[in-house]
Ligand binder design. Structure first.
Ligand SMILES: [Fe+2]
Length: 307
């Protein structure tokens, strides 16, 4: 069947994919694998070490953060119910990779996308399922890999910003490359002048250029989305520049030229250097001390909503 996973795909989307924001229609939302019952069963069987349960709160500076919490022996059904009722954010990392029925679904969409988008050439991917409350938010950040957001249930609004100064500063991305857990970025309200805002309803897919900062606000209903993060040679080369520049700046006190100016030869050389630096442990040495938001016991906070 032609274009089986994508509705209304246009030649312009084929051209823009990977270079500009592309919003298209997919068909994942037609699957029963994202019903409340299926998601509850998935939460129960998904490995706990790949599951994040977060209740949004604020840090001392008043910024919203998403600390992961402990949920004890709460059932998948109770947690999905809590997500419906309150501010809970569930991330089932690699759910699309490790459960065969979900893998089949995403591989079918990927094979169509490979055919439609010449720049969609993933070398590996990681697909998670996000289940979040009607009021949940994801603060301003940039992902290290390319990302496609496949929206399945509910309504959410996503603000996407240019992947360039001042929205994305080299120093911040360099720090992120040294620490896998970090993706936060400093936000300024003036950035909104450059934001592109999309309201996503079930069946919408959004992709954006590598490292474009973004933030998300849920608008209505329980939100369920699949996020596929994928690596490619393009992202490896760009990340190699940031990693090498991080070591040059932070270990050797140099002032490397902006990553955006690096030509192909410099990208290749800096990716090779990054791999050497990593082996030598210089990247880890240059990382900034950072403690992720502390885990909390969420069982008490969620219990009244389940009753
Ligand atoms: Fe993201």
């Amino acid at each position: 069947m032609q274009h089986s996973a994508f509705q209304s795909w246009t030649p312009r989307m084929s051209r823009d994919f990977g270079e500009a924001i592309v919003k298209a229609r997919h068909r994942l939302q037609e699957s029963q694998l994202f019903s409340d019952e299926a998601l509850a069963a998935l939460v129960d069987k998904h490995p706990r070490e790949l599951s994040d349960f977060c209740a949004p709160t604020h840090d001392e500076q008043g910024h919203e953060i998403l600390p992961a919490g402990e949920i004890g022996d709460m059932s998948g059904a109770a947690l999905v119910h809590a997500a419906h009722q309150g501010k809970l954010w569930i991330n089932l990392r690699r759910a699309m990779n490790i459960h065969p029925e979900y893998l089949e679904l995403i591989e079918s969409a990927f094979s169509d996308l490979r055919r439609l988008a010449p720049r969609f050439r993933p070398t590996r991917f990681s697909g998670g399922i996000l289940i979040s409350s009607p009021a949940a938010r994801v603060p301003y950040h940039a992902d290290k890999t390319d990302v496609i957001l496949w929206h399945v249930r509910g309504v959410k609004r996503i603000h996407v910003y240019p992947n360039a100064q001042p929205h994305l500063r080299d120093e911040d991305m360099e720090v992120h490359m040294l620490d896998i857990a970090r993706d936060d970025l400093p936000y300024d309200a003036s950035f909104e002048r450059s934001a592109e805002i999309y309201e996503l309803t079930p069946g919408d897919m959004l992709s954006w250029p590598l490292h474009s900062p973004h933030r998300v606000e849920n608008v209505a209903g329980l939100n369920v989305s699949v996020t596929t993060e994928y690596s490619s040679w393009r992202s490896a080369l760009q990340n190699g520049v940031y990693y090498t520049n991080a070591v040059l700046r932070r270990r050797f006190g140099l002032n490397p030229s902006p990553a955006a100016n690096a030509n192909l030869a410099e990208r290749v050389a800096k990716l090779a250097m990054a791999r050497v630096f990593q082996k030598l442990g210089w990247g880890a040495d240059a990382a900034e001390p950072w403690t992720p938001p502390q885990a909390e016991d969420l069982t008490g906070a969620l219990a009244p909503q389940i009753a």
